[in-house]
Every structure is written in structure tokens, then in C-alpha cells.
Design a binder for this molecule. Structure first.
Ligand code: ADE
Length: 266
């Protein structure tokens, strides 16, 4: 595991080969919604952090932590919006907690777990669990050469062929934007991203993880069918609790698989 003094942007890349051959020991799980987080907090018997110094004073971010098998698990939830009291979903909070978690906890691996919309045309059904092979943004349109590619921010995720095979997970591309609904422009960008699933955090977390060369994987459970008949918000709310149970099971299987393995064996 990286030591606190090693985490500067210049040195972290040098650590990558060493990281890939020693067993993973320190995991950060990033989850945007409390409903998605609670089953995992209970399953892994995680306790809420009492160390007030981990994150800056006044932010709503919450860390739950504990030991499971040989792994130190940190689950980070961005908390409730201080003014409105709803979960702090979306790319801004996701980026901030990913950055702060990397700085404070120096994880070997980041797991972003959450719900997503799925495209029926790409084979997605409600309750399916996807591991994202790639991530990109669909609402950062900058029609100027090179800025356009920067805005899309496409990147591959950590390569985990053994995990995919062992757990029999579906694999697809993930497209991220800050809206639950989808404008025609978003739709065109999502199609151009070749995405099967759509969320509100993944590509932002991948961007920050990449800055520090921390490997990241994305486990997404489908709550709603974007190209189906039902209104997205209605279908999402209707399926949230049931699909969260499937997400909990999948993340547990992922954690069990990761235990005692090094990155190169995932
Ligand atoms: N999370 C669950 N469903 C979603 C959708 N349709 N779009 C973005 N994020 C989601």
C-alpha cells in the first residue's frame, strides 16, 4: 500500500508496478446515494468515522470503514446537500470526494458502485449488473478541436478480465452526465459514446482516479430503461430499493473476489 508521503502526483505513477504485484489491501468504495450505501455498510459492518480531521470541516462527506477478510474497506458517501437535505449526487460532489479520499486514504483501488439507466437496445434490463469497460461524459459539449475530445473525456477503466469471467458480469460502456433525464443532444452523445449504461458520477471519478494513477472499477445496477416506455424518474424511484439489493450482492462478490489478490490478477 502506498504510504502518505508517496502520493504526490509525480511519484504515484512510479508506484504503479509495485502496487500491481502486492495484494490489494486498502479499498475506497464511492457511493452517491444513501439508499445504495446502507446495505453495504451493514453487510461489511462498517462504522461511521469519528475522525473529524479526515475531510475538511463543514463538508457533508461521510466515511464508513472496517476490515473485511484481509481488506481495509472505506465507503465514502458525499452526504446530504447542506441546504436541501438530499443526497449530493452528480459529478461535482463525486470529483471532490474522490480527490479528498485519495489524498486522505491512499487507496490501492477505487470501486464506484451505484445505479444507472440502461439501454434496452444494447441488451440492458432492470436489475442487471454491469462492469464498465470504458467511461465518457455526454454533457460536456465543446465544439472546438481537441477541446471536444477533452470534454468527452473518454477513458478505459481498470482491466479486470478474471473478475468479469468469474462473476459472469455484463460488460458495457458507461456514459456520465449531470442529469437524470436525457435531452436529444445528450442522447446523440451517449450513442456516440456507444454506451450501454448512463450514470451521474462514473466519468468524473475516473478522471480524478486517473490523475493520481489509482485504478478504478465501476459496478452499475440498472434501475430504469432509458429507451423504454416509462418516465425515467418514476421508474428509477420504483426500482431503487430492489435493485440496490442486487448491487449489494454484486459488490460483495467483487470484494470477495478481490480479497488476497493483486491488481494484476483481477
Ligand atoms: N441512475 C439511475 N438511473 C439513471 C439514469 N437514467 N441516468 C443517470 N443516472 C441514473
Amino acid at each position: 500500500m502506498a504510504q502518505p508521503e508517496d502520493i504526490g502526483a509525480e511519484t504515484v505513477k512510479e508506484l504503479a508496478p509495485e502496487r500491481s504485484v502486492s495484494p490489494i489491501s486498502n479499498i475506497v468504495i464511492i457511493i452517491a446515494m444513501q439508499t445504495e450505501a446502507i446495505p453495504l455498510i451493514n453487510r461489511f459492518k462498517l462504522s461511521e468515522d469519528t475522525d473529524q480531521s479526515l475531510f475538511p470541516k463543514g463538508v457533508p462527506w461521510v466515511r464508513y470503514h472496517g476490515t473485511y477478510k484481509d481488506l481495509h474497506i472505506n465507503l465514502i458517501w458525499p452526504g446530504k446537500d447542506l441546504a436541501l437535505g438530499v443526497d449530493s449526487v452528480g459529478t461535482v460532489s463525486a470529483s471532490l470526494i474522490t480527490y479528498a479520499s485519495i489524498q486522505a486514504l491512499k487507496p490501492d483501488l477505487i470501486i464506484n458502485a451505484g445505479t444507472a439507466g440502461g439501454f434496452r437496445a444494447k441488451g440492458a434490463c432492470v436489475g442487471d449488473i454491469y462492469l464498465a469497460s470504458d467511461v465518457a461524459f455526454h454533457d460536456r459539449r465543446i465544439p472546438i478541436p481537441v477541446f471536444d475530445t477533452y470534454g468527452i473525456g473518454a477513458r478505459r477503466t481498470c482491466f479486470t478480465p478474471n473478475l468479469i469471467k468469474e462473476l459472469n458480469l455484463k460488460v458495457g460502456k458507461l456514459s456520465t452526465g449531470d442529469s437524470l433525464d436525457m435531452t436529444p443532444q445528450d442522447e446523440a452523445a451517449i450513442l456516440a459514446n456507444d454506451a450501454t449504461v448512463k450514470d451521474m458520477e462514473g466519468a468524473a471519478i475516473a478522471y480524478v482516479a486517473d490523475l493520481f494513477s489509482i485504478p478504478a472499477i465501476f459496478v452499475k445496477a440498472v434501475t430504469d430503461i432509458i429507451d423504454g416506455e416509462k418516465p425515467t424518474a418514476e421508474e428509477f424511484i420504483q426500482n431503487l430499493v430492489a435493485v440496490t439489493e442486487a448491487l449489494d450482492q454484486a459488490v460483495t462478490q467483487v470484494i470477495d473476489f478481490i480479497s488476497a489478490k493483486c491488481l494484476s490478477h483481477l
